[in-house]
Design a protein around this ligand. Structure first.
Ligand code: OSB
Ligand code: MG
Length: 371
């Protein structure tokens, strides 16, 4: 039984080593709502990797704080749960606000793992001890710069390169990258920058042997993606459009994509991520674990999720140094020589939070107790 005694909520902002530019805009830092749940003398940590403004998902630090404080945390105090997997049922009265739920649920998974002395990977039924990883490379100021950055990442051992595209930084850039690196596993992510009016350009991408085209059309669309997928040889991978297991079911039914990027934070938590994984596995749809510039807390949890057997494509779970000068945990995620990251095997997410680092990046802190 998990009977929560106290919840600490932190909003932190960590400077990124390199600005991350996409069709949605530019991020110079990562803003996160971190929650710590306390029970039986143990603590579990979870991250809601929100953005500064609702340009990727509707979640922001303020909406997440509000929904956790006013709705989700009170639910947690009102009824003890048996397992972290019961959190989605407990949170059921709340509509939307996927990242607020996901951050708290992740903390419960970490806590449960620590209570029973098992890793979150193990609790979930993970079958891998290391996972293949790729890297997502933002829009650069010129193609030469992009090629240099890609060369550096390949040199570090990343197995798959994803480049961000947007109108004016698409076909020619992909052509330049492909002719420079003929053999690499390459994909593009548009973050919803196009419409069906751009179908001709997207069809032209078929000639570059891309692993997939991620979220070319509207962030909440399934129908146009189904239409586009019928016209493309390259698989479409959905990111933004898949916000719940129900949406994944609709996408599979409609043929909106052939691959799904599962981000636990986007789909409302680890349980929902597992449910989508199970559904895709049964339907023979490959999945991979996406990222949202997580700190080590979210990265460790994502590695646990990516250890499930259906995650057959390299994930956006890059090494710590790709994001931060210093992380808020006691562990640095370093790429193995074979382009993989190890899945933490210790209890819970298998890493410890460093309080002085958390304090350094803290913007807000609030304590909640049941009474
Ligand atoms: O669309 O996958 C995306 C980062 C922030 C918001 C959206 C996306 C991304 C990435 C980078 O592509 C993922 C990562 O390395 O964490
Ligand atoms: Mg994406």
């Amino acid at each position: 039984m998990i009977r929560i005694e106290r919840v600490e909520q932190y909003v932190i902002e960590m400077p990124l080593r390199h600005p991350f530019v996409t069709s949605m805009g530019r991020e110079d830092s990562g803003i996160k709502v971190i929650t710590a749940v306390y029970a039986d003398g143990l603590v579990g940590w979870g991250e809601a990797p929100v953005m500064h403004l609702p340009y990727y998902s509707p979640d922001t630090a303020e909406t997440c704080r509000h929904v956790q404080r006013e709705a989700l945390i009170p639910l947690l105090f009102r009824s003890p749960i048996q397992h972290a997997a019961d959190a989605p049922g407990l949170f059921e009265p709340v509509r939307g606000h996927q990242m607020a739920r996901a951050g708290l649920e992740a903390a419960l998974w970490d806590l449960e793992g620590r209570m029973v002395g098992q890793s979150v990977s193990r609790l979930l039924g993970g079958t891998r001890t290391s996972v293949e990883v790729g890297v997502s490379v933002g829009v650069q100021s010129a193609s030469g710069e992009l090629i240099e950055r890609i060369a550096a990442f390949l040199n570090e051992g990343y197995r798959r390169i994803k480049i961000k595209i947007k109108p004016g930084w698409d076909r020619q850039i992909v052509a330049a990258v492909r002719s420079h690196f003929p053999g690499i596993a390459l994909m593009v992510d548009a973050n919803s920058a196009y419409t069906l009016a751009d179908a001709a350009m997207l069809e032209a991408l078929d000639s570059f042997d891309l692993l997939m085209i991620e979220q070319p059309l509207a962030h909440d669309d399934l129908l146009d993606h189904a239409d586009l997928q019928r016209r493309l040889r390259t698989p479409i991978c959905l990111d933004e459009s898949i916000t719940t297991p129900g949406r994944a079911r609709e996408a599979l039914h409609l043929g909106s994509c052939r691959i799904i990027n599962i981000k636990p934070a986007r789909v409302g938590g680890i349980s929902a991520a597992k449910a989508i994984h199970d559904m895709c596995r049964a339907a023979d749809i490959p999945v991979w674990c996406g990222g949202l510039l997580e700190s080590g807390i979210g990265r460790a949890a994502n590695l646990a999720v990516a250890s499930l057997p259906g995650f057959t494509l390299p994930g956006d779970i890059s090494g710590t140094d790709r994001y931060w000068e210093e992380d808020i945990i006691d562990h640095v995620f370093r790429l193995n020589h074979d382009g993989t990251l190890d899945v933490p095997q210790g209890p819970g997410i298998g890493v410890e939070v460093l309080p002085e680092r958390l304090a350094r990046y803290m913007l807000h802190h609030e304590t909640f107790t049941g009474s």
